[in-house]
Design a protein around this ligand. Structure first.
Ligand SMILES: [Fe+2]
Ligand SMILES: [Fe+2]
Length: 284
C-alpha cells in the first residue's frame, strides 16, 4: 500500500507534460538536452518510479473492470471540460482555466492549420480522461507515458530501470517480447498501462473516425510513436494510424503558452463542433 502523499510527487498533472518538453524539445532546443534521465526533476523521477512499479497487468485489469462500464457519471463534453477544470493548478496563478486552456490551444492550433473538423474536436477533448484524478486516482494512474502490460517492458521507455521493481518483470510469462500476446496481433488486442488515454477512448469509441480514436488512445504512447518500440505487436492498420498519432503530437506538446484563449468568444464554434459529433450527455 502507498499513502496518498506518496502518490502525488508531481506539483500538478502538467508537470509530466512540461517534462515531456524537456525530453522532446522542438528542433531548435534539442542540443540542450543530452542526458534526460540525469537531469529530470525529483518529482518527475519519483512519479515514474511509482508508475513503473505499480502499473501491472493485474492493476490495469482491475481499473478496466472499475471504469470501463462507464457508470461513474453522465456529462456533456463541455460539462466534462468544466469538471476537469476544477482540477486547480496552484502553481500558476496567471492561468485561471489551465486545463480548458491547454485543450483550446491544441484545438485552435489544429484549426489554424486547416485540418478537418473531427481533428479539431480531437484536440479539444484529448485530455478529458484526466478527470480520473477527480475520481481520486493517483497521478501515476492518470498521466505519464503509456506502454503495454503483459509483455516485456521496452528499454525505450523513459526510466526503464524502475521496472525492476514491477512484479511483472519477474513473471516469466510476461517477460518475453510478446508476452501474453501474439506477434503482429494488433494494438487493439494489447492491454495498455492505465491512464487518461485509454479511459477517454472508451467514452468516445464508435463516435469519431478511426484516426481520431488512435490519437486519443495512443497520444501518450511515446515509446511507440516517438521511439519506435513495440512495432512487433502492431498490425498494418496500427502502423498506418500511427502516422496520425505522430501528426497530432506537436499540437499537444508545442502549443502551450502560445497566447491566451478567449473561452467565451470561442464557445459558439466549439458548441457546434461538439454537437456535430458528440451531442448530449456521454457516459463516463
Ligand atoms: Fe494527454
Ligand atoms: Fe494534452
Amino acid at each position: 500500500m502507498i499513502s496518498p502523499s506518496d502518490s502525488t510527487p508531481l506539483a500538478d498533472l502538467d508537470e509530466w507534460e512540461d517534462d515531456l518538453l524537456r525530453r522532446y524539445p522542438e528542433e531548435k532546443a534539442k542540443e540542450e538536452f543530452r542526458d534526460y534521465d540525469a537531469e529530470a526533476r525529483p518529482g518527475v523521477r519519483e512519479f515514474y518510479r511509482l508508475n513503473h512499479r505499480y502499473q501491472t497487468l493485474d492493476f490495469v485489469r482491475k481499473k478496466r473492470a472499475e471504469y470501463l462500464p462507464l457508470t461513474k457519471r453522465q456529462m456533456t463534453v463541455w460539462e466534462a471540460l468544466e469538471y476537469l477544470n476544477t482540477l486547480v493548478d496552484d502553481s500558476d496563478p496567471d492561468i485561471d482555466l489551465p486545463q480548458i486552456e491547454h485543450l483550446l490551444q491544441t484545438a485552435e492550433a489544429i484549426r489554424a492549420d486547416g485540418h478537418p473538423r473531427w481533428f479539431i474536436l480531437t484536440g479539444l477533448i484529448h485530455d478529458l480522461g484526466k478527470i480520473l484524478c477527480l475520481f481520486d486516482e493517483p497521478q501515476w494512474a492518470v498521466v505519464g507515458d503509456t506502454f503495454p502490460v503483459g509483455c516485456q517492458f521496452s528499454d525505450k521507455i523513459v526510466f526503464h530501470n524502475f521496472f525492476a521493481d514491477n512484479p511483472d518483470s519477474r513473471t516469466p510469462e510476461y517477460s518475453t517480447p510478446s508476452g501474453i500476446y501474439e506477434e503482429g496481433c494488433g494494438l487493439d488486442h494489447v492491454t495498455m498501462s492505465w491512464g487518461h488515454d485509454e479511459y477517454l477512448y472508451h467514452v468516445v469509441k464508435d463516435k469519431l473516425p478511426d484516426p481520431a480514436l488512435y490519437m486519443i488512445r495512443y497520444h501518450s504512447f511515446y515509446p511507440a510513436h516517438k521511439e519506435g518500440a513495440y512495432d512487433h505487436l502492431m498490425n498494418e492498420h496500427d502502423r498506418e494510424m500511427f502516422d496520425w498519432v505522430r501528426k497530432f503530437n506537436p499540437y499537444d506538446l508545442y502549443t502551450k503558452s502560445t497566447g491566451r484563449v478567449d473561452v467565451e468568444a470561442l464557445r459558439p464554434f466549439y458548441d457546434e463542433l461538439i454537437n456535430e459529433f458528440l451531442p448530449g450527455k456521454l457516459s463516463w
